[in-house]
Design a protein around this ligand. Structure first.
Ligand code: PHE
Length: 347
């Protein structure tokens, strides 16, 4: 570059380039990159102008320097202006994007809860534990001996027909009743015995109120002078706690090979208070469980002297209690894991 005239032309050209370039810049980042092309002290076009100073005549150096510095100041101001404008636009766009709609209803947090069968099972365990019962969990696979023979139900006993059994082999089967646990406990322990045995049982039975797998809770008390009165007292307490004050039980004669006498236990209808309604089929009573005084032969089978000790036993169907308590009319609803049903059931 030779003189000031030429400088003026270059300055005018750079200003034009900057002004034209601005029209294309849409972000503060683009402004930064574009600015470098002119302002970078080493490679920028305005920075390069200063290096021309050495070619300028001495008397023109001051005017040349001022011309370049003025251009620099002008360009800086323009870049700052545009940068500030774009940054503001960017901030606004970000606020708009990240806006939170505080009027939106919150997503409800759903809490899991225990299955109704587990709820009733735990409730029974609580009630009987408070009477001094201890929990003994037997096994789901049993031998024919523990499930039947030791319970006074030998091979050809007609009572075997009461429970359609899943045999795994001639010796092993899926237990049909938690009563099998009675024998295990009495074999190991001399009286006093007071146990509760909850667990799954299996029978080839399938309709609205029966399922091939269901849950029972066995109770067994063996001590001196145990009578049906003890049984009735415990069961009265049980139904009051489960179905409410004012409910009571009645015992009806029945038959189980391992108890003598045997009873079927009814609870007074908690829906109508005994007057008769649809639930109790007009009778005022609902059958809830089987029970009895442990057969002398069963005690003797386990080396417990029936002349010294007597026992009571009861077997509660947990699904049956849950269905009555929560007004469920089909046992399958308890196993289908349909949340619309399960969510309605809670204590
Ligand atoms: N085990 C019997 C049943 O499953 C119920 C029961 C248990 C009856 C204990 C009397 C005593 O049907």
């Amino acid at each position: 570059m030779q003189d000031l005239n030429e400088l003026s032309a270059v300055i005018a050209q750079i200003k034009q380039e900057i002004t034209d370039g601005f029209a294309t810049l849409e972000s503060s980042k683009a402004v930064y990159e574009f600015k470098k092309l002119f302002m970078d002290s080493k490679s920028g076009k305005i920075g390069a102008l200063m290096k021309e100073m050495k070619n300028i005549a001495n008397e023109s150096k001051a005017a040349f320097g001022k011309g370049v510095n003025d251009l620099k100041a002008w360009a800086n101001e323009k870049f700052d202006e545009l940068d500030a404008k774009l940054k503001e636009q960017e901030a606004l766009a970000r606020y708009e994007n990240e806006k939170i709609d505080i009027t939106m209803p919150a997503v409800k947090c759903k809490c899991g809860k225990l299955h109704p069968v587990t709820q009733v099972r735990n409730q029974l365990i609580d009630i009987f534990s408070s009477m001094g019962f201890e929990v003994f969990e037997g096994s789901e696979i049993e031998t024919d001996f523990y499930n039947f023979t030791a319970l006074n139900t030998p091979q050809d006993h007609p009572a075997r027909d009461m429970q359609d059994t899943f045999y795994l082999s001639p010796e092993f089967l899926l237990r049909t009743q938690t009563s099998a646990g009675q024998i295990h406990v009495m074999e190991k322990q001399q009286p006093p015995i007071k146990i509760l045995s909850p667990g799954k049982v299996f029978r080839s039975d399938d309709d609205a109120t029966h399922s091939p797998m269901f849950t029972q809770m066995e109770g067994l008390v063996v001590d001196k002078n145990i009578t049906l009165c003890d049984l009735k007292g415990m069961l009265d307490e049980l139904v009051r706690k489960i179905f409410g004050e004012g409910t009571t039980t009645r015992l009806r004669p029945s038959y189980f090979p391992f108890t003598e006498p045997s009873v079927e236990v009814d609870v007074s209808c908690f829906e109508c208070g005994g007057k008769g309604c649809r639930l109790c089929k007009g009778t005022g009573w609902i059958e809830v469980l089987g029970a009895g005084i442990v057969n002398r032969k069963v005690l003797a089978n386990c080396n417990i002297d029936p002349d010294v000790y007597s026992g009571l036993a009861f077997g509660i169907g947990i699904e049956r209690l849950a269905m009555l308590k929560y007004g469920i009319n089909n046992i399958k609803l308890l196993y289908e894991s349909d949340l619309r049903v399960l969510e309605q059931i809670d204590d």
